[in-house]
Design a protein around this ligand. Sequence first.
Ligand code: GLN
Length: 468
Amino acid sequence: MLLDSTIAELRTLLSSKKISSRDLVEEAYGAVEKLNPKLSAFISVRDKKEALLDADRADSSVKGPLSGIPFCLKDAYVTKGLKTTAGSKVLDTFIPPYSASVVQKLVAGGAILIGKNNMDAWGHGSTNENTDYGAVKNPWDITRVAGGSSGGSAVAVATRMSAFAIGEDTGGSIRAPSSMCNVAGLKVTYGRVSRYGSIAYASSLDTVGPMAKSASDIAEVLSVIAGADPKDATSSRREVPAYGALLSKPLAGTRVGIPKEFLAGGLDTEVRRVFEDVVKTFESLGAMIVSVSIPSLAYAVPIYYLIATSETSSNLNRYDGVRFGQSRELFTEETMRRIIVGTYALKAGYHDELYTRATKGRTVLVREFDAVWNTCDILLGPTMPSVPYRFGDLMEDPVKLYLADIFTVPVNLTGLPSLALPAGFSEDGLPIGIQLIGKKFDEATLLSLGYAYERATDWHTKKPNMLS
Ligand code: GLN
């Protein structure tokens, strides 16, 4: 398959005219037509004729670094003229009048949109079962979840329905499905990529980031989408480094910290085994492993679920059934639960005890992470406590669902970047991932370590059996 190649390889093939963008777009649509009915990775597929016209244009003149490369997008981002639902029937009839900044940047860079990916409604979930468009199935075992909330995007990359995807991470939604589907996914530093045109879940936590087959592909996409945007006041004016050129930075001597709280229990034995192998690989590459402590990690889940639900109760206010057409009755049970919890946490009388206290806890976490950088350059941890769940395993118990986010939410609360990478498989052949956590705006170090790890291992090249 052409879409097994990296973005850099595709660019070389395209520029030497060995392949055409039309070939790539045809291949992507072929995979969508064949596999999407089984996997539910897309909510809307863009009109193929339009995409092929874009491909022909890219074949006649190169538009930018991603010229002629097909991509897809979590349905959390608005696309002009193309239905955008955020995974909820509340928006089932919504056709946006403009496109999100991330889409505009990718299109200006030459990439070709093929469709919008399924997701947990409003980003609420870790399994992609909380969607009104059919639970997303894991291509490694269709009796299991793909992870959420950007599950459709992870599945699309894993099954070569597109070269890369754009996901959204508020509390792990890029990293969880990436790990469960054996793809790479980057949660960027808060402010690194513009959120303009993203359907808000929890505005102080939401981030826009790439999902792809490898760290080097992520670097390619990040170089195009990162940077200041006058339409998003929280986007950073910091210069965007040449991520691709920095990939080969030597790893030897890097101090890799492992928070001891990450390994304290509750970790599936197979995830632990894979994690230990990853530590050995980093050691063999010359990294110095350091044990560190972040004492308040245990409070990250309650802090996150108070802040995220408070912000979502405010953000979802706008779907009042007047401006966007559909009734609020269409909110799922999980989303209703979050609106109620968040509204309660913000209510006079409970505000100080719940919301304010959570924001104070968040500050404590920020300080503890800051202190950790005195003894290490990067942190390494598991992404999810378990292999991909069976359908229904977490949905019947919301507390269990929320606890699955223990390793991912601290990064969102502190605004740090984190890269999830494929790291191995369980005995049953289910993907297991790890995450690297970096200093603010130091995506370059994360990507270079990821790149070094990928050169030493071949997990990221493995594909689900259904593709063979
Ligand atoms: N599982 C988390 C939640 O449900 C993460 C969601 C996200 O990152 N969008 O809040």
